[in-house]
Unconditional design. Structure first.
Length: 464
């Protein structure tokens, strides 16, 4: 499936470190820098997210030839760049974080805005897209008349998901779903009220905002995002719907809107109804924030899987998954404590491996096992349990996670199939909605009675 992302790009710089003292000449924190990371921002972030998930992505944008522009281009990796000249310096946004918390952000080259020219190649990429995400960052691209005409024609045949910006142009008529946040929605309504002389109170409910904006823009749906609350959906001809978001502990919500728009586009292109696609997108955006948000892009953050001591890098299982999926293969994952590996485990893992092209095991850490099973468990430490699993021919990779559930780990791996052993209903599994949010599914393999770690441990205790 060919995905085309259209919009403004910028260079994001993340400076990460720790702060333990104040500056002697001003009451501000001193950040001891541990790492500096550069990544594509704006529409480039949306395109990078989709490419990292293994999709074929074209990015239609304008790009300067300065040093920041060259750096930005190199950050796009597998994204197919279709760019015209911007005529302005590359915008750079630098975020400084201490212990994962934002300290300050400073911007360069973000002042002047100009409507750029578009090239024939940019318009062709729009015409050939199977689904389009417009990621408007207010830099002028979506104001170009030729680009808007191409997007309006595209909206008549493919889903166009439009993530608007307060300084950007209005979505083209016929857009599939427009995704403003609550503050943006109120600003858009106030601006529209000023144009036609109507009055707005500025305190309209999210449901009212979504409904009125959908009518003004002529879009098929509007999804007003409400942060940790979820989102409000208005669809032509249907009653409004509030979509609740899973609760997550968020230090920095940066990138959630981009993640939501990207996921929404994928599910609409796969044929999901607007309501179902919106619910899956809200859940996926929450999972993205729950595992660390933009801090984790391209590597594992605080909420993602952790390597076992002495084991290989935690990025290896994710890299394996992406390689398999990039060539059209199926990634299978399963999880558990796997304390005292026995025949039941081996049979379950062998059955799981037959469902795809690689099997990745999500393994509870020692601390996680103690919380789940009690202070006397695990019997084998995580390094030994990991080594035993890796020795099995059915297992391609193992990643250790610290949490009580594997959801953050799954959100990083994004397997095509999540396997459990037993007599569960796949639809009732706690992880089912999360796995389905990126198009995956859950599967059950046979449970082998009379084979369990608890029974084996009791037998060993009697022998000793």
């Amino acid at each position: 499936m060919k995905i085309t992302v259209v919009g403004d790009v910028l260079l994001d710089v993340d400076i990460e470190g720790e702060t333990t003292r104040l500056c002697p000449d001003a009451p501000v924190p001193v950040v001891d820098v541990a790492a500096v990371r550069r990544r594509a921002g704006g529409a480039g972030l949306v395109a990078s997210m989709l490419a990292d998930d293994g999709h074929e992505v074209s990015l239609v944008t304008v790009l300067a030839g300065d040093e920041a522009g060259r750096t930005l281009g190199s950050c796009l990796g597998a994204v197919s760049l279709v760019a015209g000249p911007s005529g302005l310096p590359t915008p750079v946004k630098t975020r400084v974080r201490a212990a994962g918390r934002p300290v300050v952000r400073y911007d360069e080259g973000c002042g002047e805005v100009r409507t750029p020219e578009v090239t024939g190649a940019m318009l062709r990429a729009i015409r050939h897209a199977a689904v389009i995400v417009v990621s408007d960052y207010g830099r002028g691209l979506t104001s170009n008349p030729r680009l808007r005409a191409a997007l309006e024609l595209a909206a008549a045949r493919v889903p166009v998901i439009w993530d608007p910006h307060p300084k950007g142009a209005a979505p083209v008529p016929g857009a599939d779903v427009v995704t403003p946040n609550l503050a943006e929605a109120r600003g858009f309504l106030a601006a529209a009220a000023g144009l036609d002389g109507s009055a707005g109170s500025g305190t309209e409910s999210p449901a009212s905002l979504a409904r009125v904006l959908r009518q003004r823009w002529g879009s098929k749906a509007v999804l007003v995002t409400l942060g940790e609350v979820g989102a409000e959906l208005a669809v032509a001809g249907l009653p409004g719907q509030r979509i609740a978001a899973p609760r997550v502990d968020v230090a920095d919500p940066c990138g959630a809107g981009d993640r939501l728009a990207a996921t929404l586009a994928l599910h609409r292109a796969r044929g999901h109804g607007v309501e179902e696609a919106a619910a899956l997108a809200v859940r996926d955006a929450a999972a993205f924030l729950g595992r660390g948000g933009v801090e984790t892009l391209g590597r594992h953050g605080p909420g993602g899987p952790h390597p076992a001591p002495g084991g290989p890098a935690a990025a290896d299982p994710v890299s394996l998954a992406r390689r398999i999926q990039a060539r059209g293969g199926t990634v299978v994952a399963t999880g558990g404590c796997f304390d005292l590996l026995h025949a039941g485990h081996a049979r379950t893992l062998a059955a799981a491996a037959k469902l795809g092209d690689c099997l990745i095991v999500c393994l509870n850490s020692d601390a996680s096992v103690r919380r789940l099973k009690g202070p006397e468990r695990p019997i084998l430490n995580q390094a030994d349990r990991k080594e035993l699993l890796e020795s099995l021919g059915a297992v391609d990779a193992v990643v250790v996670f610290e949490e009580d559930t594997p959801e953050a780990c799954l959100a990083q791996l994004r397997p095509d199939i999540w396997v459990k052993g037993g007599d569960y209903d796949p639809a009732s599994l706690p992880e089912a909605a999360l796995v389905e949010s990126w198009g995956g599914r859950c599967a059950i393999v046979p449970y082998h009675p009379a084979r369990s770690t608890t029974v084996l441990a009791r037998s060993l205790a009697r022998v000793s």
